[in-house]
Design a protein around this ligand. Structure first.
Ligand code: IPE
Ligand code: IPE
Ligand code: MG
Length: 242
């Protein structure tokens, strides 16, 4: 059976969920937060070690200011209200993405929650916030170029392995399984380097409707897949006396 060390989720469809009900888009984002809580609980029950959720992309700044402000208000509220719960349940939280453009108040609570939960080891919950994979790749290239200029490494030492270790400085394994809700079939600049051999799954359901039974179903799907990484599938086990 496939191991699942890292599940990544592109949570899409909050806006449509609200619009279908004649509600403002922020209501969809608020309900989306509830779905994140359900996902974390379900991931703990399924012993998934690392969970990354795409919460705000580097392209989402193009949205109306009012929506962006509401999203960061919700992130702030989430971090403040969940901190104790995360600690009580052994959940480590960390963020991936740029820190320099997010509101200071979110940056502070994020840093405080990250350090408070640093030692928690039941689940590592990562929030991709102001995250863009291309920016992350360029930053990694810059830091390796700097290391060469400063003679800390030789150019030939830049390998796929070193690049991976530099891009994921917290030693998180590449995602095994990336899911996206709301019927869209694209990665939208999410984990492009790390997704090289991830299994992908696109669900029609809108993110605020995602529940534990959906997770069960997609995990069954994941565990039933054959992952070959370019090699041949392992032969079926032989039974009998031979
Ligand atoms: C995902 O839901 C949440 C964010 C991108 C912040 P959307 O807001 O993209 O929802 P739709 O795609 O408009 O329905
Ligand atoms: C991707 O969703 C980003 C997040 C889920 C945070 P979008 O709704 O922003 O992506 P596009 O614009 O449809 O590709
Ligand atoms: Mg969307």
């Amino acid at each position: 059976m496939n191991r699942l060390r890292h599940l990544a989720v592109i949570m899409d469809g909050n806006g449509r969920w609200a619009e279908q009900r004649g509600l403002p888009r922020w209501k969809g984002h608020e309900m989306g937060m509830q779905a994140v809580r359900r996902l974390i609980e379900a991931a703990c029950r399924r012993d998934i070690p690392v969970l990354t959720v795409f919460a705000f992309s580097s392209e989402n700044w193009k949205r109306p200011q009012k929506e962006v402000r509401m999203l960061f208000t919700l992130f702030h509220r989430y971090l403040v209200s969940e901190r104790q719960n995360l600690l009580d349940n052994g959940i480590r939280i960390s963020a991936v993405g740029r820190r320099d453009r997010i509101p200071g108040i979110v940056r502070e609570v994020l840093a405080a929650t990250e350090s408070a939960t640093e030692k928690c080891s039941r689940l590592h919950f990562r929030i991709a916030l102001d995250y863009g994979a291309r920016h992350e790749i360029v930053e990694t290239a810059r830091s390796l170029a700097r290391a060469v200029l400063e003679r800390r490494i030789e150019i030939d030492q830049i390998t796929e392995d070193l690049f991976s270790r530099t891009i994921s400085s917290d030693e998180v394994p590449d995602p095994d399984f990336i899911i996206r809700t709301a019927g869209e079939r694209r990665l939208s600049n999410f984990l492009l380097w790390q997704a090289a051999y991830a299994e992908l799954c696109f669900l029609p359901k809108l993110w605020p409707d995602f529940d534990e039974s959906d997770l069960e179903n997609i995990l069954d799907d994941y565990y039933s897949r054959t992952r070959k990484f370019g090699a041949l599938a392992a032969p079926a086990p032989q039974y009998g006396n031979s």
